[in-house]
Design a protein around this ligand. Structure first.
Ligand code: OSB
Ligand code: MG
Length: 369
């Protein structure tokens, strides 16, 4: 694949409803869509999951622009790649900045799959024809509001419900959910809102038969997560702590988690995500695909990744309409009875709607060989 040009589209899209985590509230997303083109003018698409402020990890839309423009795009334009797996190798001298790397690598994967006339899912080695998904619900004003939301999405057929928790919005809320939904597959995501000293408090969650508790402790502390897991019945799932195959290996070895939420952006791309997948398959660690409130392109990449066989748990890839008035892909991602039909067209399998893309774009920059 000979990449001739790379275009960065900076988009602003309002969420249908603000999303609140233990860190704060997001009402609007600003992010980069990346288009790579080869000498024949064929396009591949990627999407960065970095937010405007560094609450989830250290990256932001602005750091993405710097890394892409000054380092990653020049490296990609330097010479051809035979296979997308080479992209992460080429980016390896640049430390971290995984979301910037993943967005550009994802565009190359899409173009590669299109050139091979293969759906991205198949190019990655995934076999599922459909995937099961759950939904992630932010912190609400009242427990009543949350129960209403849960009821709606259980009715719609989502396969599991994830709720965000934080100190003051945890045990009591989960107890109330369980009173109304005793059998629903349920889990909680703390986004690092607790400390090891809260172990006693978190142990109270053990009685609610949660599938897992996601990232209860600090983003950079797999040691304390191991200590906490030793005290909890509820399996710990790591999100923020896993940036690479190495992190996955160490966390599994230490007993810091029993499951992993894989996000393509957080681990630096599809190639690294596949490596984590293959390792976790051998180690029998259940995986699921996380979400970052993506627009359609990122969502399509998540769907393709989820077709790999060790993604045995429902992920966070909900329907486009849960987030957006109108998405930037055609057709939009739809969910029926908690499942998404994997597209069978080449590449990401959805058309980018250039009209919609333009409507949301606030700035465009093109880089040529
Ligand atoms: O921790 O999984 C998370 C959204 C933004 C940042 C981090 C997370 C989330 C979600 C929502 O939980 C996932 C989604 O619906 O895309
Ligand atoms: Mg999470």
């Amino acid at each position: 694949i000979n990449i001739h040009s790379v275009t960065l589209y900076r988009l602003r899209m309002a969420l249908n409803a603000p999303f609140t985590t233990s860190f704060g509230t997001i009402a609007e997303k600003e992010f980069f869509v990346i288009e790579v083109q080869d000498e024949e003018g064929e396009s591949g698409w990627g999407e960065s999951v970095a937010f405007t402020s560094p609450w989830y990890n250290e990256e932001t839309v602005k750091t993405n622009e710097h890394m892409l423009e000054d380092f990653l795009i020049p490296l990609l334009l330097e010479k051809t790649v035979r296979h997308p797996d080479e992209v992460s190798e080429r980016f390896a001298p640049i430390r971290r900045n995984n979301m910037a790397k993943a967005a550009l690598e994802g565009a190359v994967w899409d173009l590669y799959a299109k050139k091979q006339q293969l759906p991205l899912a198949r190019a990655l080695g995934g076999e599922k024809q459909e995937i099961e998904v759950g939904i992630s619900l932010g912190i609400q004003k009242t427990v009543q509001d949350l129960l209403k939301q849960i009821d709606r999405y259980v009715q719609e057929g989502y396969k599991r419900i994830k709720v965000k928790i934080k100190p003051g919005w945890d045990v009591k809320v989960i107890r109330e959910i369980r009173r109304h939904f005793p059998d629903t597959l349920l889990m909680a995501d703390a986004n690092s809102a607790y400390r090891l000293e809260d172990a006693e408090h978190l142990k109270a969650l053990d009685e609610f038969n949660l599938m897992m508790i996601e990232q209860p402790l600090a983003h950079d502390d797999i040691v304390d997560h191991a200590k906490l897991q030793a005290q909890l019945e509820t399996p710990i799932c790591l999100d923020e702590s896993i940036h690479s195959l190495e992190d996955a290996k160490k966390s599994i070895e230490l007993g810091s988690c029993k499951m992993i939420n894989v996000k393509i952006g957080r681990v630096g791309g599809l190639t690294e995500a596949k490596k984590i997948h293959d390792y976790c398959q051998v180690k029998n660690i259940p995986l699921w695909c996380g979400g970052m409130l993506e627009a359609g392109i990122g969502r399509a990449h998540n769907i393709a990744l989820t077709t790999l066989s060790q993604f045995v748990l429902p992920g966070d890839t909900a329907a486009s309409s849960r987030y957006w008035q109108k998405d930037i892909i055609e057709p939009e991602v739809t969910v029926h009875n908690g499942t998404i039909k994997v597209p069978d067209k080449p590449g990401i399998g959805y058309e980018v709607d250039r009209g919609q893309l333009e409507k949301y774009t606030v700035e465009t920059k093109t880089y040529k060989q």
